[in-house]
Design a protein around this ligand. Structure first.
Ligand code: 6R9
Length: 558
């Protein structure tokens, strides 16, 4: 551990004590009002069609207090799980803080999720309430009778003009529900806060459970890696359905009292640059896939906009290739600073700090309060030899480390080896201590920075009436790093034609999400399997990459 920085350094800055209460909802809202930032703009929100909304820290305090009081009045208690199932509307950000102020556990869900994705995550968490909007209410209604613990559906945009709500559904208008007097729950360091589901190779998605103390790590890394200053306008392009959108799209920046910009609109390079210019975005946190999409439109386009406010850029989610960094220099005259971390780690672990020499293609070095290494996969022994690939490992504990996987502590404990937390990614460390990513150590598909579990896709494929066998792998893709490719064997009597391909694609898009939808389906007579019946994704992957299929002798007795 470095002697330069300790996680506890955040305590004094945030006016906290070692054993005293600590509540993320309070730290992001009321505390900023108490320290004189009440009138400062906390959120600049740009919705579809360019509609703008501005919220001060006083607004954040009163509106999140309103959410907390509303939920409390309706019987939501501390530790209850409350889901957010919303587009990037202001209620998503402010509701998140209200749930934490109440002392309940917030479970964010992507609004693009289909019924199967919702069920697997809500059945597991036993969520009692879900906050949604009319646009997505149909999807919630579809899954309700399979979720006995879900007793309340809150709708944020219900008006008299709409059809009446059904039993168990209730309308809440955030603006009229303001409450300046709500007293935030006196949660402690170890009180559960955020539950984010993440995909693994096998089984259903797992819920990484975080605690209020995580804020110490989110605060310090936001301050020192994102380098936020009081006068900055900061834009995190991530959706809060993903951990980046909560740790660094809500918690970190607002504990610093920063002004955040949020864009709730589809992607276009021109619209992004226009928004950055209009709102004078000065610090920007985005992902390699977005950078590659911007690259496609060229550096010339960037020059058409006044981006003179922009002074710092960071990236996360997938390997940031050297080309992306070099293009960033050409287009913006700045370096993209890569950061490596996971849902499970809750905050950045390996970073390119401002002022550090960026080596294009490297993830950087451990954040100064983090001890990280590469270790041998079998023994967990540190590999000291430079430029040798091993498993990325981090020495526990740290404040934002998940405390368990919900309902699945066995898998949680399985993540530790020889005193290290094993991330599940491979990397090497060069002579200067820089980490170089080499790949994931499992079959999880990383598409545009989002992890998708092959097992979830395979299970959903089998629910299609024509599918007999299925396998899903990540196929290399120049923009999204990987896209989902499915291999399918059909039941007798079904034809492997274009219509069938479209039908299967749409089926997955609706059941899971657009991200999980296979971009390509290859029909096969039968899929390669072990004697015990397990499909061998390794062979399909090798075939896809045009590699030698390798040793197949173990195939039958795997
Ligand atoms: C924050 C987040 C975690 C996985 C991680 C790794 C990949 C993330 C990366 C990176 C290379 C980087 N990943 N950052 N790979 N370079 N800078 O992404 O969380 O969705 O849980 O994904 O993403 O494979 O293990 P999460």
């Amino acid at each position: 551990m470095s002697d330069k920085l300790h996680w506890d350094d955040a305590l004094a800055d945030l006016n906290l004590t070692q054993d005293g209460p600590i509540n993320i909802g309070y730290l992001c809202t009321d505390r900023n009002v108490e320290r004189g930032l009440g009138d400062k703009t906390a959120l600049i929100h740009q919705g579809h069609g360019g509609a703008l909304g501005k919220f001060s820290f006083i607004d954040l305090k009163e509106l999140s207090g309103g959410w907390a009081a509303f939920l409390e009045d309706r019987g939501v208690g501390s530790l209850d799980r409350v889901c957010l199932f919303l587009d990037r509307v202001p209620e998503l950000y402010i509701g998140f803080l209200g749930i934490l102020k109440l002392g309940a556990v917030v479970q964010p869900l992507f609004s693009a999720f289909g019924d199967e994705s919702l069920i697997s995550r809500m059945e597991d968490s036993g969520a009692v309430a879900i906050i949604t909007q009319r646009k997505h209410l149909g999807k919630v209604r579809k899954v309700r009778d399979r979720l006995p613990e879900l007793t309340m559906v809150v709708v944020i945009d219900q008006t008299d003009a709409h059809k009446p709500l059904r039993d168990g559904e209730v309308a809440f208008d955030m603006e009229t529900g303001r409450n300046a007097d709500f007293i935030p729950a006196a949660t402690g360091a170890e009180s559960p806060s955020v539950l984010h589901y993440t995909s693994g190779t096998t089984g259903k998605p797992k819920g990484a459970l975080h605690v209020h103390e995580s804020v110490l790590a989110q605060y310090l890394t936001t301050r020192d890696v994102l380098d936020l200053k009081p006068e900055d306008v900061y834009w995190c392009t991530a959706d809060p359905g993903w951990v980046t959108g909560t740790s660094y799209g809500i918690i970190g920046p607002w504990t610093l009292g920063a002004t955040q910009f949020v864009l709730d609109a589809g992607f276009s390079s021109a619209a992004w640059y226009q928004a950055m210019s209009d709102h004078k975005v000065s610090v920007w946190y985005t992902a390699p896939t977005a950078i590659r999409m911007l690259m496609k439109d060229g550096a010339e386009l960037v020059k058409e906009y006044d981006l003179s406010a922009l002074r710092h850029m960071c990236s996360v989610g997938e390997p940031l290739n050297a080309e992306g960094v070099l293009w960033g220099r050409e287009a913006f005259g700045l370096d993209f600073h890569d950061t490596f971390w996971q849902t499970e780690t809750g905050a950045m672990m390996i970073t390119n700090m401002p002022g550090m020499t960026v080596k294009p293609g490297s993830m950087g070095k451990p954040f100064p309060a983090v001890e990280a290494a590469v270790v041998d996969a079998d023994t967990g022994i540190r590999i000291d030899e430079p430029n040798t690939v091993g498993m990325i490992a981090v020495k526990p504990p740290w404040p934002s480390m998940m405390r368990t996987y919900w309902n699945n502590s066995a898998t949680y404990y399985g993540k530790f080896l020889n005193g290290w937390y094993i991330c599940g990614d491979r990397a090497s460390i060069d002579n200067d201590g820089y980490f170089w990513f080499s790949g994931r150590d499992d079959d999880v598909i990383n598409t545009g920075g989002h992890l998708v579990g092959p097992f979830e896709i395979e299970s959903a494929l089998l629910e299609h009436e024509a599918v007999a066998e299925s396998a899903a792998i990540g196929k290399p893709d120049p923009v999204n790093m990987e896209v989902v490719k499915a291999f399918v064997a059909l039941k007798p009597g079904f034809e492997p034609d274009d219509d069938m391909e479209l039908s299967i694609m749409n089926f997955i898009r609706k059941k899971l999400s657009p991200l999980a939808m296979p971009q390509e389906i290859e029909f096969m007579e039968k899929l390669p399997k072990t004697r015990s019946g397990k499909i061998v994704r390794r062979m399909l992957k090798a075939k896809e990459r045009g590699e030698e299929i390798g040793d197949t002798s173990t195939l039958d007795d795997d």
